[in-house]
Design a protein around this ligand. Structure first.
Ligand code: FES
Ligand code: FES
Length: 152
């Protein structure tokens, strides 16, 4: 059995431990905000946080998150999370929206670790999160806006 928490809820998983975490999140927990893009850890659409660090849930077996705290876009709740969500709305970052939950999770992780990131910090942290609609300039602006919100 694999145990972990998902958005604060205790999970005891008895299925195939090699199953990608994304399958559990979307198909079993019915949390469909996390998206499937490439399936090979190359696009970031499936990004969730494991103990606060961004991971690619499409390529992470359930066994790898034993004992960890997993957060999806549905579980955003901290002041930093809220600052990111508000900034995303204010700057109307999303276009088609498909990549955006992954972008938001990566942005929230960045701001949790680095409350006032430079453009360079943002470029490095967000590098693996692709956006086919090329919303990168709005993503960067929204991260700066969220940084200002959370630092006052
Ligand atoms: S779907 Fe996981 S990185 Fe693309
Ligand atoms: S908003 Fe369309 S892929 Fe990013």
């Amino acid at each position: 059995m694999i145990t972990f928490t998902l958005n604060g809820q205790k999970i005891a998983f008895e299925g195939d431990q090699d199953m990608p975490l994304l399958w559990y999140i979307r198909d079993e927990a019915q949390l469909t905000g996390t998206k499937f893009g490439c399936g090979v850890a190359a696009c970031g659409a499936c990004t969730v946080l494991a103990d606060g660090m961004p991971i690619r849930s499409c390529s992470t077996p359930v066994a790898a998150v034993e004992g960890q705290s997993i957060k999806t876009v549905e579980g955003l709740e901290t002041a930093t999370d809220k600052a990111v969500q508000t900034a995303w709305r204010e700057l109307e970052v999303a276009q088609c929206g498909y990549c955006q939950s992954g972008q938001i999770m990566a942005a929230s992780a960045l701001l949790s670790q680095n409350p006032n990131p430079t453009d360079e910090d943002i470029n490095i942290a967000m590098d693996g999160n692709l956006c086919r609609c090329a919303t990168y300039h709005r993503i960067r602006a929204a991260i700066h806006t969220a940084a200002k919100k959370q630092t006052g």
